[in-house]
Design a protein around this ligand. Structure first.
Ligand code: ACO
Length: 321
């Protein structure tokens, strides 16, 4: 049995901040951001939370799938911005939806989170343990970035995307290549709360997201084509046979570079980075759900999904729509 997507949904905060707005609150410009990244605007949470965005996207995916909330066996939220340290966002989404029979937990794999969630869902479905799985990627990165650091804060946005997967004899996820390299964790990190037990003397503030942008860039343009090629090899198909490549929306130049390395036309790499910026674990499911809504995905289409991020983590999967 393969894990096959049967419904998708997405949700973005109402408030939109374009590059011109950012240039009124920090030393930056629309020209710098657009040329370096392809980002024109991002959605920022005001009333919304990671939980509300996740539940919104998940509810739409569930409706599109035709399943009832009680039929979901497993509910995973990929996020690095849970509203609560505990419980998980997944448990709170479970409560919002009434998915009373689901086992619910979060995955923390930064921008690769949705790929890790697919990997997990596929394993549970293949083993026969679960049949119907609801996956969500949801983030409010705007609470994690340092708004005085123009080299990171302009890159990120908030949002959520979701997909319902079910056990299918044909199609669905056919190959995956996934990995982690914890030795390079400092390239992109966000420190959590420090220990304030009675024997600790020093009390550091909780940190903000910090990133060595150029190192991440180099890592991405090398690793993403490699893991896509590995997944394609496993699936036994060539890049030419892929209908489209959905890549984590971190930087337009990274996507263009991957297209070049795979010797594939750029129009096979759909993008929404101009509208949404980098929404970390939410970026792939938002793109997927928007394409689904726009009628751009057809039965039999071969899709490649690929992401990379903090950890360092990366992944690619091949699936038949
Ligand atoms: N506006 C104007 N100028 C800026 C800004 C800004 N927002 N940010 C930085 N600059 C300046 C710098 O200060 C520097 O000035 P200097 O030359 O006077 O010192 C200059 O622009 C160039 O800065 P660089 O950092 O060298 O810019 P670069 O071309 O490398 O682009 C960027 C930076 C866009 C971050 C790029 O490195 C990148 O996209 N990296 C990948 C990031 C990524 O993909 N992250 C995804 C993972 S996220 C996750 O997993 C949670």
């Amino acid at each position: 049995m393969n894990a096959k997507i049967i419904g998708t949904g997405w949700e973005l905060p109402a408030y939109e901040a374009d590059n011109d707005y950012l240039s009124t609150i920090m030393e930056t410009s629309d020209e710098w951001i657009t040329e370096r990244t392809g980002i024109r605007k991002r959605h920022l949470a005001k009333e919304e939370t990671t939980t509300s965005l996740a539940a919104g996207a998940a509810g739409k995916a569930l409706k599109a799938s035709g399943l009832k909330a009680e039929q979901i066996d497993l509910l995973i939220v990929a996020t690095i911005t849970s509203d609560t340290e505990t419980p998980s966002t997944a448990c709170r989404v479970q409560a919002e939806l009434g998915a009373v029979n689901a086992v619910a937990f979060d995955i923390n794999a930064a921008c690769s989170g949705f790929l890790y969630a697919i990997h997990t869902a596929d394993a549970f479905i293949k083993s026969g343990i679960y049949k119907n799985v609801l996956l969500v990627g949801a983030e409010t990165l705007s609470k994690l970035v340092d708004w005085t650091d123009r080299s990171t804060c302009v890159l990120f946005g908030d949002g959520a995307g979701a997909a319902v997967l079910t056990a299918a004899e044909q199609g669905g996820v056919t190959a995956q290549a996934i990995g982690s390299d914890g030795s390079r964790w400092e390239v992109l990190s966000c420190m959590g709360r420090s220990n304030h037990n009675p024997i600790c003397q020093e009390q550091a503030e909780a940190g903000f997201l910090q990133m060595n942008g150029q190192e991440v860039f180099k890592f991405a343009i090398k690793t993403v084509p490699q893991c896509i090629e590995e997944a394609l090899k496993q699936a036994g198909i060539s890049p030419e046979e892929v209908t489209c490549f959905l890549l984590h929306q971190a930087n337009k130049r990274i996507i263009q570079s991957v297209a070049k390395r795979l010797k594939q036309p750029e129009d096979k790499f759909p993008m929404n980075i101009d509208q949404c910026a980098n929404t970390s674990a939410a970026s792939l499911p938002i793109l997927l759900a928007q394409m689904d809504e726009q009628g751009r995905l057809h039965p039999g289409d071969r899709l490649v999904l690929s992401g990379f991020g903090a950890g360092l983590t990366w992944g690619a999967c091949v699936l038949e729509w």
